[in-house]
Design a protein around this ligand. Structure first.
Ligand code: PLP
Length: 392
């Protein structure tokens, strides 16, 4: 059958890839340049410098052509040796996938079980590290914003727990869905490797993976023995100060990254970006509560400003609701991942996003609840508008 034209813009309200600003799309839509030519070095240096405040670091940030998954692997293979022990937390689907990757690479993982509705328990980290008197645990790896659940973890508290135990473990943090959306301080929190991707808070298409690397991590990398080739940091760090890369970089995505960083850091300003996400998160939760539905995240201190995972009532399949909304309103929402399949839908409120886009998003959900026959109370969109109107 002939594809049907859907007038108006598609609403891409999954929690990443997020909406890409038109200015960023236009920056990408330029002739590809010689990545060894004289103009490229300037672009490379600009982008690598502009990234630093977003990570909250004075140290180097590495950009790989790849995705967040590749950046996960880079963090592990540069710093660890076969049989090394890593402490990880089951905050949800992404923490589980990172843990499975570590195992496949020959790392021994201790995976603290979780309920997929809560963040990392820093006290449990402190207790476990305090017991580890031989320092057999080489790293603690946590997810800052668990995209499958809409739950954040307090990275500063994880740092304090490691210090309180007097333990030398490295700290790895996945910020794939938090960086440039939620305040983050790589240096201040003593993070050794920060992992992220391009397609969420950085408002780019998918295709780049990042590592911010501490001096300690770089020094440990000298003796780490897991095999690595493509992901080897040193090849990058050797040439990056000149603005060049050891192999062909994703040139056009770097044009886009430079433009996105101008928007985020220089024009809107990161504090305003973070506040915008907080405000949209609160408005969304007010809508959800008015509908009489439950937010998956248990603890208000851990609510995600990036996305809200909403539980559907028993007997009502969240995927059927999402399919109705896609068909009727041309809007994509995030599905339930792993053990949450069919039980939740996820509303992304990240990236290039404003009040009217949020109201449209919530209207699409509210109409979808009615059409799909999910029991709810009217007025969620109104509750969100009342909050947004009173909170500029
Ligand atoms: N970590 C988190 C928290 C994510 O949300 C994702 C993807 O959504 C990943 C890791 C994996 O990143 P990618 O899909 O870019 O490989």
């Amino acid at each position: 059958a002939k594809p049907k034209h859907q007038p108006g813009r598609h609403f891409l309200q999954i929690p990443g890839p997020s909406n890409v600003p038109d200015r960023v799309l236009r920056a990408i839509d330029r002739p590809t340049m010689d990545h060894r030519g004289p103009d490229f070095g300037r672009l490379g240096r600009e982008v690598l410098d502009r990234l630093k405040p977003v990570f909250g670091t004075e140290g180097p940030v590495i950009i790989f052509p790849g995705s967040g998954t590749g950046a996960w692997e880079a963090a592990l293979v540069n710093t660890l040796s076969p049989g090394d022990r890593v402490l990880m937390f089951e905050t949800g689907h992404f923490a589980t996938l990172w843990q499975e990757m570590a195992r496949k690479l020959g790392i021994v993982t201790e995976f603290v079980p979780g309920d997929w509705r809560s963040g990392v328990d820093a006290a449990a980290i402190e207790a476990r590290l305090a017991e580890d008197s031989t320092h057999s645990i080489k790293a603690v790896a946590v997810v800052h914003n668990e995209t499958s659940t809409g739950v954040t973890s307090d990275i500063g508290a994880v740092r304090r727990a490691i210090d309180a135990a007097g333990h030398p473990a490295l700290l790895f943090v996945d910020t794939v869905s938090s960086l440039a959306s939620i305040e983050y301080r790589h240096d201040e929190w003593g993070v050794d490797v920060t992992v992220t991707g391009s397609q969420k808070g950085l408002m780019l298409p998918p295709g780049l993976g990042f590592n911010a690397v501490s001096e300690k991590a770089r020094s440990v990398a000298k003796t780490a023995r897991l095999p690595r080739a493509y992901w080897d940091w040193e090849a990058m760090l050797g040439i990056n100060p000149t603005g060049y890369f050891p192999y062909t970089p994703a040139t056009n995505l770097l044009y886009g990254l430079n433009e996105a960083l101008i928007l985020l850091v220089e024009e809107e300003g990161l504090p305003a970006v973070f506040a915008r996400h907080q405000r949209h998160g609160e408005a969304t939760r007010r809508a959800v509560r008015t509908w009489g539905l439950e937010v998956l995240c248990r603890n208000p201190a851990e609510y995600s400003p990036v996305l809200t995972a909403v539980m559907t009532p028993d007997g009502h399949d969240a995927d059927a609701l999402r399919a109705t909304i896609l068909e009727r309103s041309n809007m994509s929402l995030g599905n339930g991942l792993g053990r949450l399949k069919g039980r939740v839908f996820r509303i992304g409120h990240l990236g290039d996003f404003n009040d009217l886009m949020l109201v449209g998003t919530l209207a699409g959900v509210e109409m979808g609840l009615a059409t799909a026959g999910v029991p709810y109370t009217k007025g969620g969109v109104q509750a969100a508008m009342d909050y947004l109107g009173g909170n500029r």
